[in-house]
Design a protein around this ligand. Structure first.
Ligand SMILES: Cc1ncc(COP(=O)(O)O)c(C=O)c1O
Length: 388
């Protein structure tokens, strides 16, 4: 089936967090997509609505089987049914896991720049963020493993939160990198939480490696969070899964999410997730469309706004744009762009590390909207250059 990702759907007035902005504004910030869900998902939800009763729901075997089948066929990773737990979101899962597996004042390592809400999960629970800044060289980020080991070996460090693939830089970690992280974390008794929410949104022809598939050690020392929410644009349905092979660790996580009351699905989560994992063709068309959007942004910026540099990205619909030729303060720059043209981008600063040199752009929009956004960005930068 050919999906029309060019269709522009007005999201104003739908209570969208992203679109709760002024009339002239165009938000390319928050990570959800301006595309309708797949026909399978809409049909499954319509059927659920027509049923008319929305009482309490259980986690179904069919839900577990749909996840097992997806990882087996798309990511060549065998998940056992008993490893799986439902959670109302990846962030609720991570916050709950942080509270259960670590104690206050302990340190949690993250590779920065990284998804900013991880900092909330750590800080709001009285734990300490221990940044291991990624090192950027010629537009590519690498892990400084010497720095990483020194941080993991701190006796107060008990957890590392990995983003695989990595938001905001769009990097897919390779086998060697994941293996090394696994070895170092085992050596220093640090539990790995691998957030794999962006794993399906790789560029066409590319795929990610599930952290737990790398080695026995990675499997036994990890808590993996996945979800259909980024892949299929279902964030508002609050559906995620936690995969833990290690029984002792799993029992703790299970207790944690139940104590925090984030282990029960709403009336739509099961149907939507099962239908999502029957929408392979939709996802493949989406990946092609997003790939073309990312190419368009890269080409447009190279031609019209050479002061900005778009970094290579192999995953996610997010682009990481170097703005250091214009400013060292990406927050001030996004504020200026918004003021001048209504275009809303995310400031890289919120992701820490060297993020103050970058802007983050969401590219999951119909192509005409992307062109509008790029024209606004061009106009804003021209005005900023002439001091207007
Ligand atoms: C890396 C990452 N993890 C988690 C989330 C949010 O997950 P959830 O809505 O399931 O809590 C996002 C959303 O952008 C994300 O980028």
């Amino acid at each position: 089936m050919k999906i029309n990702f060019d269709e522009i759907i007005d999201r104003r007035g739908s209570n969208s967090s992203k679109w709760n902005v002024q009339e002239n504004e165009l938000p390319l910030s928050m990570a959800d997509m301006d595309f309708k869900a797949s026909p399978e998902i809409i049909e499954a939800l319509s059927k659920r609505i027509r049923h008319g009763i929305f009482g309490y729901s259980d986690v179904s075997d069919e839900w577990k089987e749909s996840i097992i089948h997806w990882w087996q066929t798309r990511h060549q990773f065998e998940i056992q049914k008993e490893w799986l737990m439902f959670c109302t979101g990846v962030i609720p899962a991570i916050s709950s896991i942080v509270r259960k597996i670590t104690t206050p004042a302990e340190k949690i390592v993250v590779l920065t720049p990284i998804y900013n809400i991880f900092f909330n999960s750590i800080l709001n629970n009285g734990r300490v963020v221990l940044e291991c800044p990624l090192v950027e060289k010629d537009g590519r980020y690498e892990i400084d493993f010497i720095d990483l080991e020194s941080k993991l070996s701190d006796p107060q460090t008990t957890m590392m939160i990995l983003c695989n693939p990595h938001n905001p830089i769009g990097k897919i970690w390779n086998r060697e990198e994941l293996e090394k992280i696994g070895e170092l974390c085992e050596k220093h008794h640090v539990v790995v939480v691998s957030d794999e929410i962006h794993c399906d949104l790789t560029d066409p022809g590319k795929s990610y490696l599930p952290y737990a598939s790398i080695s026995k050690n990675c499997l036994n020392n990890s808590i993996v969070c996945v979800a259909p929410s980024k892949t299929f644009n279902l964030a508002g349905l609050q559906s995620a899964a936690i995969i833990v092979a290690n029984e002792a660790l799993r029992n703790k996580v299970n207790r944690a999410i139940n104590t925090d009351e984030v282990a029960e699905p709403n009336a739509f989560a099961m149907s939507a997730t099962i239908a999502a994992y029957h929408s392979q063709y939709w996802l493949d068309e989406l990946r092609n469309y997003i790939f073309e959007n990312k190419k368009l942004v890269r080409e447009y910026i190279a031609l019209h706004i050479p002061e900005l540099k778009v970094l290579d990205s192999e995953a996610t619909y997010l682009l990481w744009i170097d703005c250091r030729e214009i400013t060292n303060d990406s927050t001030e720059l996004v504020n200026e762009i918004r003021k001048k043209t209504g275009l809303i981008l995310s400031s890289g600063e919120i992701y820490r590390g060297d993020g103050f040199h970058y802007l983050r752009m969401n590219t999951a929009y119909p192509r005409k909207v992307m062109i509008d956004a790029l024209n606004r960005l061009h106009h804003a930068i021209e005005m900023i250059k002439i001091g207007g």
